[in-house]
Design a protein around this ligand. Structure first.
Ligand SMILES: Nc1ncnc2c1ncn2[C@@H]1O[C@H](COP(=O)(O)OP(=O)(O)OP(=O)(O)O)[C@@H](O)[C@H]1O
Length: 256
């Protein structure tokens, strides 16, 4: 008998309501899907469709109104307040549109932060930061502060910090939203490489079809519900990109 691999992430019928009984917003309405270890999945949908709410519920930043989210078999909707910080640190890597770097630390110190907090030995930290920075093409910028580097370099630094502990799941919310097209492309290529070569599992929210075309699978949200799902398979990125545009036009969503 073939043993099925347990998904790394299992989202089961989650619901999220905001507001009161008189004026309730159903931000997520019975959303279910799973992500296998090593997958690169993008979540798309128009503004207000529930993308960020979904990411926040999976990352324990927000709580669900109903349903369950399992990461590596652990029901994270049941994690106590006391455990949440350690859970996030040990399992998740975050990349946000606004980079979220600490301005008073150099890029090297920003990248090293999760390891410093985890009390790794300084020589090991140095070696790990060097290796990660090299993979992301920012070795030459390590002694600079965030205000001294470009937006693309800041975001690659943020990505380096997100992956340095080898998290089970990397969550990116509009990671290219503040970048010019060249910097966006560089970041996306590096994320793809991390996925292919290092087996990083990535869940990326975006409303940009070009950005989404780098993923292997796309989940489309509409009005808080899963509307459709497409896979890249053996298609070229260009063919996949046009397929994404077709789904968006059927959904009546945003066009680039
Ligand atoms: N804290 C909140 N209180 C009340 N309603 C909220 C809150 N956060 C989100 N919502 C509502 O939930 C719905 C989903 O919002 P969400 O931010 O998840 O959408 P999104 O797809 O990420 O949108 P965008 O692309 O514009 O960021 C929207 O109708 C939004 O107005």
């Amino acid at each position: 008998m073939i043993k099925r691999q347990q998904p790394l992430l299992l989202v089961e019928n989650i619901e999220k309501y905001y507001g009161t009984a008189e004026a309730v917003t159903k931000a997520l309405n019975r959303v279910s899907f799973h992500v296998q270890s090593g997958e690169y999945v993008s979540i798309m949908g128009s503004s207000g469709s529930g993308k960020t709410t979904l990411l926040n519920c999976i990352s324990t930043i927000d709580t669900v109104s109903a349903g369950h989210v399992f990461l590596d078999g652990k029901d994270i909707t049941k994690i106590s307040e006391d455990e949440i910080a350690a859970f996030r640190r040990d399992n998740l890597g975050f990349v946000f549109q606004d980079f979220s770097l600490l301005d008073t630390l150099t890029l090297e110190e920003n990248i090293a932060l999760p390891l410093t907090i985890g009390k790794m030995a300084p020589d090991q930290i140095e070696a790990r930061v060097k290796e990660t920075a090299e993979a992301l093409g920012i070795s030459g910028e390590l002694q600079k502060f965030p205000f001294q580097v470009s937006g693309g370099q800041k975001q690659r630094c943020a990505f380096a910090r997100a992956v340095i502990c080898g998290p089970k799941l990397i969550m990116a919310d509009e990671p290219t939203g503040s970048l010019d097209s060249h910097s966006a492309q560089m970041l996306l290529e590096m994320m793809s490489r991390m996925n292919r070569k290092n087996g990083a599992t990535i869940l990326m929210v975006t409303h940009d079809p070009l950005c989404a075309s780098y993923a292997q699978r796309i989940l489309f949200l509409k009005d808080g519900k899963l509307f459709n799902e497409i896979r890249k398979g053996e298609k070229t990125r260009s063919v996949f990109y046009h397929e994404i545009l077709d789904v968006l036009s059927v959904m009546g969503g945003e066009r680039p």
